[in-house]
Design a protein around this ligand. Structure first.
Ligand SMILES: [Fe+2]
Length: 374
């Protein structure tokens, strides 16, 4: 059925009441934010140089890991070790030590142990249904502090800068904190359910394929009346289990744009930007690290309390952004080698929920040109 012939009021109602995506009333624990992402790299020297140019500062590591941080957060937000190029998991900060105890009692969870590279922090290791290591962490929190206020702008008749110039510093962007992580998964509903059940995440936006079949969900933390980012973890239907990107909050648009100048001057590979997302509303700029994984700078996220119900919309490439350059063809699609293709087919056959019809609907949704003029 053509997208324009779908009754969106009906679809929205059906998706909002879909038991597979309904928020868990009593989750095992409550996440308060994302804490970190972990990677291994064959060339850790080169990775470290990229991270410094991206705006992350190296802090003391431990147990063979290097640690990089922003100006605040739940310990260092990027952990790096020597090894095959791979995503090694993500950390979610939970609201109390009691939450760690409850998570440690779950099947296949580790006991409570000292958190990696975070003095005073503790962690419990779990594994999500896609096989990703997920670390529940708890410990000392540092409020993100910006080294400068956002730039003053002369807009309309609001004069904020008289007899003075606009000169943002020529330097790497300032990473304040890690804001969200995005994962592609084969068993979409199982994964979403797992994050909701274990960490109390709630949907902010759900995107559908076909005739209203959910295939992507932006989830945020449930902190009651306290405003939180529009999304902390995003789960997207894929034919492979993979890391899509991690996003780091910066000071303002000029911080991101000067950060782009800085990364370009150092010869790193740009991925996409600068633009403004539609869902979450962030201004974004994406970069490829030395092995091709994407890291994002962002500012100006929507902030929601627990009261905001989920919105529902059709998944499309054009729906990724309000303004910005066209989405590059390789932005979300992995380069399909014969071995990856075989892996994808095996994944679809082995999955209880992924079907070839769903793959076709997914491909159709993302194949539409992002704008009529492209
Ligand atoms: Fe993002």
């Amino acid at each position: 059925m053509a997208k324009e012939n779908i009754d969106w009021t009906k679809v929205t109602q059906a998706v909002r009441t879909d038991v597979r995506l309904r928020a868990t009333p009593n989750p095992v624990a409550r996440a308060v934010d994302i804490a970190h992402v972990r990677f291994s790299r064959q060339d850790v020297m080169k990775q470290g140089r990229f991270l410094a140019d991206f705006g992350l500062r190296e802090v003391p590591g431990s147990d063979g890991w290097q640690a990089f941080g922003g100006t605040g957060g739940y310990g260092p937000c990027y952990l790096l070790q020597q090894g095959e190029d791979a995503f090694m998991g993500l950390g979610l900060a939970v609201s109390s030590r009691a939450d760690l105890e409850k998570l440690a009692a779950q099947r296949n969870a580790s006991g409570i142990e000292p958190a990696l590279c975070w003095p005073g922090g503790e962690q419990v290791r779990l594994t999500d249904p896609a096989g990703n290591s997920v670390y529940a962490v708890h410990g000392p929190f540092v409020e993100a502090a910006s080294p400068r206020p956002p730039l003053n702008q002369n807009l309309d008749n609001v004069l904020q800068r008289l007899n003075d110039m606009q000169r943002p510093p020529e330097q790497a962007a300032t990473v304040l904190r890690l804001g969200h992580g995005v994962l592609g998964v084969v068993d979409f509903f199982r994964c979403v359910r797992w994050y909701m059940d274990h960490f109390g995440l709630v949907p902010s936006d759900i995107q559908t394929i076909g005739e209203g079949d959910p295939a992507l969900v932006f989830m945020r933390c449930n902190r009651g009346d306290m405003p939180v980012d529009h999304h902390t973890v995003v789960i997207a239907q894929n034919v492979l289990n993979l890391f899509s990107h991690a996003a780091f909050e910066c000071i303002d648009l000029d911080d991101i744009a000067m950060g782009q100048e800085w990364l370009m001057s150092r010869g790193w590979k740009h991925a996409w930007g600068v633009g403004r997302h539609l869902l979450g509303s962030q201004i974004f700029d994406y970069w490829r690290d030395p092995v091709g994984d994407k890291l994002e700078h962002f500012v100006d996220s929507d902030k929601f309390t627990a009261d905001k119900p989920a919105d529902v919309s059709p998944l499309s490439t054009g729906g990724l952004y309000q303004w910005g350059p066209p989405v590059p063809a390789d932005f979300e699609k992995p380069r399909m080698t014969p071995s990856l293709l075989w892996k994808a087919i095996r994944n679809i056959r082995a999955s209880e929920e992924m079907t070839f019809t769903r793959v076709k609907d997914l491909m159709r949704a993302v194949a539409t040109p992002p704008r009529p003029w492209h």
